[in-house]
Ligand binder design. Structure first.
Ligand code: HEC
Ligand code: HEC
Ligand code: HEC
Ligand code: HEC
Ligand code: HEC
Length: 233
């Protein structure tokens, strides 16, 4: 910066053929840098607040699929999340099911319902239904589902009570401090592995959660990353 200003102030080598306004250049450069800086700070601030992160974002979906009827032990059908999201404990990305998964039942149950017309057509043509994605983290964030599920972190921690939602909406902010709050105190969240998809499950009291969570953290050597490179690779 100093060098740049000195350079801009220094007289031209072959006499003074620049106009006087050149002297204002360092000042203009400084103002530009200041303004840019302010815009960046404002941008980060905007980004870091929940407004941008879409808590409550509940887009219309092409088919009126109802989790509260189909999914979770408390629902009418009682399907496990992994019946449909079957890669969630095996891969970094959680899949949304193909229409053939729906057709396991709906080839028998209400196959001619207008509410299932898009699914029926999708099964016939092989063309996927265009579900609207609800939860997103920016591309510069590394996230892995399987790592969390296999350490007893339940879907409910990051998605809320999906099993009570008729239409899926975003319930948790998924911003950086949200992730870090748990990474600093994972014992408050970790539960037995066979309860990760039971969203209403509770350890009992808060004290019981801390006690068993602390034991899991110890036994499984749980150590979630807190350094920048852990989540920004
Ligand atoms: C019968 C199949 C089925 C079951 C069982 C099921 N889901 Fe889903 N899930 C879907 C479909 C289809 C979508 C995409 C449409 C939508 O958002 O409703 C979806 C969407 C989602 C989304 C939003 C994805 C996004 O775009 O961000 C989450 C989160 C989710 N499911 C979690 C769960 C959880 C947690 C359970 C268990 C309690 C569960 N699901 C059980 C079929 C299922
Ligand atoms: C385990 C069996 C099963 C699976 C798998 C299943 N459903 Fe269903 N679904 C049902 C039953 C049972 C009903 C209630 C039918 C009734 O009201 O008589 C239903 C109802 C529905 C309805 C309401 C239909 C109407 O006309 O009222 C829609 C829409 C629907 N399911 C979509 C889906 C989608 C999309 C998938 C795949 C992501 C799916 N279902 C997977 C069993 C299933
Ligand atoms: C530790 C937090 C966390 C947990 C636990 C978690 N998820 Fe997610 N989930 C996320 C984040 C973050 C995203 C957005 C990822 C992205 O940007 O692609 C997401 C996205 C999804 C999607 C949308 C995938 C897509 O590309 O459309 C589905 C479906 C989903 N999760 C299902 C589940 C299910 C089912 C469980 C439990 C078995 C679960 N998640 C547990 C944080 C979590
Ligand atoms: C409710 C608790 C909880 C929340 C919320 C949570 N995590 Fe984690 N995270 C964990 C645990 C537990 C582990 C496993 C650590 C271990 O195995 O040592 C983990 C591990 C990770 C890892 C290491 C993965 C690897 O391959 O080594 C990354 C990256 C990560 N989390 C990113 C995120 C991001 C990004 C978010 C927010 C969108 C998030 N986590 C939210 C508990 C959580
Ligand atoms: C546990 C995971 C995790 C760790 C560790 C982490 N970040 Fe992040 N970071 C995130 C997530 C998730 C976002 C996206 C937040 C959003 O969408 O606003 C983010 C966003 C950011 C942004 C964009 C601006 C903002 O605040 O949203 C910056 C800059 C950033 N991180 C820097 C860092 C630095 C520096 C460190 C180390 C001190 C760090 N991060 C550690 C998860 C993490």
């Amino acid at each position: 910066m100093r060098k740049l200003i000195d350079f801009l102030k220094s007289p031209a080598p072959n006499g003074n053929f620049f106009t006087r306004s050149v002297n204002a250049l360092p000042f203009k450069v400084l103002v530009c840098l200041l303004v840019t800086g302010l815009v960046v700070v404002a941008g980060i601030n905007e980004y870091a607040t929940n407004k941008y992160l879409n808590v409550g974002y509940t887009p219309d979906q092409p088919v009126a699929f109802d989790h509260s009827f189909h999914a979770g032990p408390d629902s009418v059908l009682g399907l496990d999340c992994r019946y449909c999201h079957n890669f969630v404990d095996r891969s970094s990305h959680s899949n949304v099911p193909t229409s053939s998964t729906c057709w396991n039942c709906h080839s028998q149950v209400k196959p001619d319902s207008p509410a299932l017309a898009l699914i029926r057509r999708s099964v016939e043509t092989g063309e996927a239904v265009r579900w609207v994605k609800v939860h997103k983290v920016p591309d510069y964030v590394y996230f892995n589902h399987a790592v969390h599920i296999n350490r007893g972190v339940s879907c409910v921690e990051c998605h809320g009570r999906i099993d009570q939602q008729v239409v899926v909406g975003q319930q948790k902010s998924l911003n950086m401090s949200f992730c870090l709050d748990c990474h600093r105190n994972p014992e408050q969240a970790i539960r037995p592995l066979d309860k990760v998809t039971d969203l209403s499950w509770k350890a009992g009291s808060e004290g019981a959660q801390t006690a068993q969570g602390t034991k899991f953290v110890h036994d499984w050597k749980v150590n979630p990353p807190q350094s920048c490179s852990g989540c920004h690779r």
